[in-house]
Design a protein around this ligand. Structure first.
Ligand code: NAD
Length: 283
């Protein structure tokens, strides 16, 4: 039986630190404040927003919500972002995406100043991930994988890691972060030959393919650590991952459940980035 790498345990440990750091910031006159910018009323965004509000309240940080109508112009969202960039009382910003099709995603995300870009969406933030400069923030999901690995003391130095997926949100940044931690990383994608064989040979397997259940027993070997980033709700709302959990759990050494794994940590990482951004302000 595999060890379950439980997201809520990681979140609880992170939260304890964040509560303390927020109190220190407030004592120093800095009130960590996040702005969330949403266009339209997508249920998924609203539910994420609710979760973030709760978590901010829990650690004692403030949150401001900016909601634009679905037919808002690109100029109007850019004006909101420019005001937030210039506002010294706002330490971090989250912009909900995808944006409506009449907005240019690259123009909007690159308008955000990297020092306030809590989810690492701008090209400048991503270049920091690739160059190893620590002043930007990596995408929260990629960082959430590392938080789980670190919390459970899973070694990376000199170990073989396979990553399935090469998106800018998860696959590419997490691969660079693992490389930075001295792992030997193989980045896999739709055209990778011998995918099960590469995955079986890895000590750590990170799966971010966005394909429900693509990882079956043929991808796995005893003792491996498996981090499943996939989130797939079925018609009844039940959530599963990219890995067939029932096939994986009897074989591997450790695995993140879905739900209750990476997804549970991602929002807390957002708040962690907010507190870090505010701490830089204090310095
Ligand atoms: P994406 O669709 O942008 O990228 C998927 C990547 O996987 C692509 O690079 C593609 O080449 C690769 N891929 C797809 N099918 C493959 C296959 N059969 N074999 C090998 N490679 C394959 O997706 P994304 O935005 O990176 O998200 C990946 C998954 O993570 C999704 O299920 C998404 O819902 C989930 N996600 C979870 C969180 C979280 O907090 N847990 C956050 C963001 C995304």
């Amino acid at each position: 039986m595999a060890t379950l790498l439980k997201g809520p345990e990681v979140t609880a440990a992170l939260n304890a630190k964040l509560v303390k750091q927020t109190a220190e910031l407030k004592a120093g006159g800095v009130y960590p404040t996040m702005a969330m910018v949403r266009v339209g009323e997508r249920e998924e965004d609203i539910s994420y927003e609710r979760g973030a509000v709760k978590r901010c309240q829990h650690i004692g940080a403030a949150i401001r919500q900016y909601v634009l109508p679905l037919d808002a112009t690109q100029e109007s969202i850019l004006a909101v972002i420019q005001n937030l960039n210039a506002d010294p009382t706002v330490h971090g910003v989250l912009i909900f995406r995808p944006l409506p099709p009449h907005m240019d995603d690259a123009v909007v995300r690159n308008a955000l100043h990297p020092s306030k870009d809590l989810d690492g969406i701008s090209n400048a933030s991503l270049s920091y991930v690739f160059s190893g400069i620590s002043t930007g923030f990596p995408p929260c999901t990629a960082q959430a994988c590392l938080e789980i690995i670190d919390y459970y003391g899973i070694g990376l130095k000199g170990r073989k890691v396979a990553v399935i997926g090469r998106s800018l949100v998860v696959g590419k940044p997490v691969s660079m972060m693992l490389l930075d931690r001295d792992a030997t990383v193989t980045i896999c994608h739709r055209n990778t030959a011998n995918l099960p064989e590469i995955c079986r040979a890895a000590d750590v397997l990170i799966v971010a393919a966005g394909q429900a259940g693509i990882v079956d027993q043929s991808f796995l070997s005893p003792g491996q650590t498996v981090i499943d980033v996939g989130i797939h709700p079925d018609a009844s709302g039940k959530i599963s991952g990219d890995v067939l959990f029932d096939q994986a759990e009897p074989v591997v050494g450790a695995i993140t459940p879905v739900p209750g794994g990476v997804g549970a940590v991602t929002t807390t990482v957002l708040i962690k980035h907010l507190v870090e951004a505010a701490r830089r302000n204090l310095k």
